[in-house]
Write a protein that binds this ligand. Sequence first.
Ligand code: HEC
Length: 141
Amino acid sequence: MPTSSPTRSLRLSKQLLIGLVAILAAAIWNPSRLDSGDKQLAKSVYRGNCAACHGTDGHGDGPDADRAGFPVPDLMVPKLRGGNGIGQIRHAVANGNPAHGMPTYRGKLTPHELDLVTWELIRMRKAFARQVPPPPPPVSG
Ligand code: HEC
């Protein structure tokens, strides 16, 4: 079996492409580039649609959390189940998971509002991560 078969290098270049796209997306999605109107809108979309269940600070402790019928996840955890990427979060919000208490927002929010609320979540997660000191390193020896 040759170590670098055509399929293997094809797979590699596909991974490279995905990596590049991810880097580009991250650069474009830099939250600090949103204008102040969009920043305000992003906050109000979150507060108006999500905070009832997920809580103002995203910890899953909103006033309606008990009525969702399913455990409302803390969105500030280091790893979201659906993935931490921009596309993954937007997908989770747009599609929801109605069978598990998460409404579908495609059609309820405009594509721009979906982008903004995704950005707002990422901003909240970054701010939260900065507040929490990293866990102590494992004791070695
Ligand atoms: C009625 C309560 C409710 C509302 C309102 C709600 N959610 Fe959720 N959300 C849930 C529940 C319950 C889940 C877990 C669903 C599951 O188990 O798959 C969830 C899951 C999620 C997830 C996936 C978390 C993961 O770990 O992958 C994201 C992201 C999310 N919600 C964001 C939002 C955003 C953004 C809004 C507002 C636009 C919103 N939610 C509004 C109840 C709600």
